[in-house]
Design a protein around this ligand. Structure first.
Ligand code: NDP
Ligand code: OXD
Length: 308
């Protein structure tokens, strides 16, 4: 029995080392070097190449190396009998809370305008956006969204949340799936922390931007597929949105000729809002490997029907 680690753009050696610290007897392969496909029963995947999981007939379970599982669910080579899981560890939440808070503060205090002005040697003051005009609406108030909400509350922001099922989080007014328009009408800063599914794909669209409370700003830290890119440009040009901070994109890396690069109102980071720590993740992955061998439910198992 062996574990296979597959990632296109990430070195999986630190994860392999951390897994061996958890259990020195593990037999681990790092793709593309695979000793014996038939021995592989468990795989860890991050942005794996298409069809790379073809031909692993003894695969019992696959875990994403991150919180999102959209890359696993769209892989048709994965049989429905293979269990799916994701990594959910405290540092994924704490990094995201810091990222979202700093994106909000950058917007409020005009940080990117001052960076542009410095480049041009130009001195001009801009009023900060008041906290009262910064009601933060979190789309997807799950594991990460609720941690972000709590941290923003501690920092004095008013926070509201939207999720499929109703939630009861102290200090956060929550709206269930049927009340999206109401949620949007109370939101200035829209933060997307939804999983990418059939229902949530394209949710960041013009009709929804127009329903936001003014002034409004967008932070997308979930997936590029949530955003209709041309709607963002239109919303920025027509004033429906003041600006946006984007960490994720339909195509990553964002192509060099993409029109987002030349838009001063769009802040861009290269999918770094929250990065899985291999040492912390190894504990959960080693446990899930053992569980998969004995046919138990996995930690943070994915519900294929819901898509997350
Ligand atoms: P969770 O599964 O814990 O939470 C998802 C939330 O979205 C839940 O509240 C869920 O509602 C809600 N939701 C799902 N579908 C719908 C729907 N159709 N309508 C309304 N609400 C819906 O996810 P996480 O918080 O762990 O992560 C969210 C996403 O963040 C990940 O899928 C990933 O794409 C992204 N991410 C990005 C990172 C980055 O570096 N940029 C890092 C980590 C994650 P309910 O509670 O009712 O089920
Ligand atoms: C994740 C991510 O899903 O990094 O964990 O995007």
């Amino acid at each position: 029995m062996s574990l296979l680690l597959i990632a296109k753009n990430r070195d999986m050696t630190p994860l392999s080392e951390a897994l061996l610290k958890e259990d020195a007897n593990l037999d681990i392969d790092i793709w593309p070097k695979v000793k014996n496909k038939d021995r592989v029963t468990f795989a860890v995947c991050w942005e794996h190449p298409e069809k790379v999981l073809d031909g692993y007939s003894n695969l019992k379970a696959v875990t994403s190396f991150g919180a999102g599982v959209d890359h696993l669910l769209k892989d048709e080579a994965l049989s429905k009998s293979v269990k799916l899981a994701r990594v959910m560890i405290p540092s994924l939440k704490s990094q995201m809370t810091e990222y979202v808070l700093s994106a909000i503060q950058n917007y409020r205090f005009n940080t990117s305008r001052y960076v542009d002005q410095k480049r041009e040697g130009y001195w001009s003051k801009h009023d900060p956006v008041s906290k009262e005009d910064c009601v933060v609406g979190i789309l997807g108030i799950g594991e990460i969204g609720s941690a972000v909400a709590e941290w923003l509350l501690v920092n004095g922001y008013k926070v509201i949340g939207w999720s499929r099922s109703n939630k009861n989080i102290e200090g956060v007014r929550c709206f269930d799936g049927n009340r999206l328009d109401e949620f949007l009408s109370h939101t200035n800063i829209l933060v997307c922390l939804l999983p990418l599914t059939k229902e949530t794909s394209g949710i960041l669209e013009l009709e929804h931007f127009k329903k936001l409370k003014q002034p409004s700003y967008l932070i997308n830290v979930a997936r590029g597929g949530h955003l209709i890119e041309e709607d963002l440009i239109y919303a920025l040009d027509t004033g429906a949105l003041e600006g946006a901070c984007l960490d994720v994109f339909e195509e990553e890396p964002l192509p060099g000729n993409h029109l987002f690069w030349n838009r001063p109102k769009i802040m861009i980071t290269p999918h770094v809002a929250s990065i899985t720590d291999p040492k912390e993740a190894a504990i959960q992955i080693a446990e899930n490997y053992k569980r998969s061998l004995s046919g138990m439910d996995l930690l943070n198992e994915v519900n294929r029907e819901r898509g997350y």
